[in-house]
Design a binder for this molecule. Structure first.
Ligand SMILES: [Zn+2]
Length: 287
């Protein structure tokens, strides 16, 4: 597995403290105070029009190790056409990373972030959210979109914004769009992989991440990640020809409707479909 996919899921190839992977959004429990800002800050959609420049805001963040509070500027939206180096930082897991003045701990703060790539017509909105409360995240997003629609100049449509709930999902989506792939077809393939391997690959416990950097013209690669521990477990290969056949099939209007019915969006996720299934009485209550 190469460095790209390691970074994709927040594993640091170099000697950066472990706490930096405690990232917050993928944590099964409410994060340490000062880590995740998702509940406290409203999505920064103000003026998120196509040509909106990258935006920062100042936050007071408490160090998770020593408790020292400091004021820092964190990105709420990045325009990667205007500022490509912000994309590089995001992909290298260096965006919204700060170092404590006192104990020098380096850690990432996960907060809502709009990724805007106008050149490729890609807008992805990240709301760091526990997987037990995806529904809440979708409602929060719907509220944000209503506000956004009111903010846009007349004649400009609400952009087709993808919604993701974790940084690894965001980075996966960016790789996927950069590779010219369709997120619904990739999620449909994941849906089939889960369905055919329910015994070995329980979607409630295992995450499937598309691995663009190991994929080739012949095969698509997926990484199996244990959701609770975030540990990477194995690589799965999938015949690229099947993707092409599906892309062709879903090109027909009727089939596209089927795909849209399965994944209406804005959060397109095969795993979320399984997580939503009510057949899980043992699900822990959310605090
Ligand atoms: Zn500190």
């Amino acid at each position: 597995m190469n460095q790209g996919i390691r970074r994709e899921i927040g594993v640091q190839p170099r000697g950066i403290p472990d706490s930096r992977h405690m990232s917050v959004s993928d944590h099964p429990r409410p994060p340490v105070d000062g880590y995740s800002l998702s509940r406290y800050s409203r999505p920064g959609f103000a003026g998120a029009g196509k040509n909106q420049m990258s935006q920062k805001h100042t936050y007071s963040i408490r160090c998770p190790k020593c408790g020292k509070e400091q004021k820092v500027d964190l990105y709420e939206s990045i325009n990667v056409q205007a500022t490509p180096e912000l994309k590089t930082k995001l992909m290298a897991n260096e965006l919204n990373v700060l170092t404590c003045d006192d104990c020098k701990l380096s850690f990432r703060v996960d907060k809502p972030l709009l990724y805007n790539d106008p050149a490729h017509h890609v807008m992805i909105y990240l709301i760091p959210m526990d997987e037990q409360v995806f529904d809440e995240g979708e409602r929060e997003f719907a509220d944000s979109l209503q506000r956004l629609t009111g903010l846009l100049p007349e004649g400009i449509d609400t952009p087709d914004v993808c919604l993701v709930f974790s940084r690894s999902e965001l980075v996966e989506r960016i790789f996927l769009f950069d590779a010219g792939l369709d997120e619904r077809i990739i999620e449909y393939i994941k849906y089939m992989i889960y369905t055919n391997n329910l015994e070995k690959l329980n979607p409630k416990e295992k995450n499937l991440l598309f691995d663009a950097e190991d994929s080739t013209d012949e095969k698509l690669c997926f990484v199996v990640q244990d959701a609770p521990s975030r540990r990477l477990e194995s690589l799965l290969h999938y015949d690229r020809k099947t993707y092409d056949a599906l892309a062709e099939m879903f090109d027909e209007d009727e089939q596209t409707a089927t795909l849209l019915e399965l994944f209406p969006g804005p959060h397109v996720s095969a795993r979320a479909l399984f997580l939503k299934e009510p057949s899980d009485p043992g699900r822990p209550a959310t605090p």
